[in-house]
Ligand binder design. Structure first.
Ligand code: AMP
Ligand code: MG
Length: 332
């Protein structure tokens, strides 16, 4: 009898372990942030290794510091032949610059540098310095040649910064690599920018928490599959000088940290590159322009959080968002 019982218990344990989906996780530091990748399935380990390689390679390609990187070379020499990835990122950045009426500006490196956001040597620039740096932040002076993938910066001293779009592109590529490696369920979190592949292995939706800029728990949880949930917030990178907080999302019309009345913008979309560009651009726009932009365009939903602690959620997220806080629904 005893033997029979232990055989039964053994069989149940065996059944449980064989039913549990195999998964693998990796934590890496790239693009100046901590990233966590989780993939399910028999090939998860090998797939994650490839995804990591892809992210590290893009980190180098799009870095403004790495002397061996392509963006660094383009910025230093004013002209460079670009790989497919670098070319696509720069081209997308120009597209979203146009679509957001310049609120997304890919040529802000001289301005970011003045504030010390590029090397963490923070300072508040003078108006004169800002004016000069802004005169170089001219996306219309970027030329791209599709035929030979050459990029050219037509103003001496101008330089690009892909920080507002690079993580969205990196998560797109990581998810592509995982899919090509036969992974069907995965979630990658690139410093708060989340991208999901498929559903959870049990078929349920991924639950993604939206950070609360006030630091108390989460604003909300959204349930998604095959989507990116990408946030731009003033709390992500900032410094304080004489009691004033200066954050890293720049209003291209002033060269200063955007004071739009927003503290964070979360974009939910199946296009992570667009979501990343839009999270930055809509932060600059402020509530009214951002919600108008949402009304006039499709393919994404928003969670907005304002400086006066109001949360706004666009109506397409109504069924997939839960929150313990109160919020207003924005309608088309
Ligand atoms: P995100 O966290 O995606 O909003 O990206 C912020 C980063 O994008 C900054 O650290 C800068 O590198 C860059 N950036 C800041 N302001 C802008 C802007 N208005 N348009 C495009 N990129 C920006
Ligand atoms: Mg962004």
């Amino acid at each position: 009898m005893k033997k029979l019982l232990s055989a039964a218990i053994f069989a149940v344990i065996l059944l449980m372990t064989s039913c549990a989906p195999k998964f693998s996780s990796a934590e890496i530091f790239a693009m100046d942030t901590v990233m966590k990748l989780t993939a399910y399935g028999a090939n998860a380990d090998a797939a994650l290794e490839k995804a990591e390689e892809s992210i590290n390679s893009l980190d180098k390609t799009l870095s403004v510091h790495d002397e061996d990187g392509e963006l660094f070379k383009l910025n230093r020499e004013g002209e460079a032949s670009l790989s497919e990835d670098a070319y696509e990122v720069v081209k997308s950045s120009l597209k979203y610059c146009e679509e957001t009426d310049g609120c997304f500006n890919p040529a802000l490196f001289p301005v970011m540098d003045l504030w010390g956001f590029t090397d963490k040597n923070y300072r508040v620039p003078t108006e004169g310095e800002l004016k000069k740096a802004l005169s170089l932040a001219k996306p219309e002076s970027i030329s791209l040649n599709d035929a030979n993938r050459r990029g050219r910066l037509n103003l001496k001293g101008m330089a690009l910064d892909m920080g507002g779009i690079a993580k969205g592109y990196a998560s797109l590529k990581a998810i592509e690599v995982l899919r090509e490696s036969c992974v069907e369920n995965a979630i990658v979190n690139l410093g708060g920018n989340v991208h999901t592949l498929g559903t959870k292995p049990d078929g349920s939706l991924w639950k993604v928490a939206v950070e609360n800029p006030d630091g108390d728990g989460y604003l909300a949880v959204v349930e998604v599959a095959d989507k990116a949930v990408i946030t731009s917030g003033d709390y992500e990178r900032n410094f304080t000088k004489n009691g004033k907080i200066y954050h890293h999302i720049i209003d291209p019309s002033t060269g200063k940290p955007a004071e739009s009345g927003l503290r964070s913008v979360t974009v939910v979309s199946n296009d992570s590159v667009r979501a990343d560009a839009l999270s930055t651009a809509l932060f600059v726009m402020g509530v009214d322009k951002a919600t108008d932009y949402w009304r006039n365009n499709s393919g994404f939903e928003l969670v907005l959080y304002t400086a006066d602690k109001k949360m706004l959620v666009t109506e397409g997220l109504q069924d997939s968002l839960s929150s313990e806080l109160s919020y207003d629904i924005v309608k088309k």
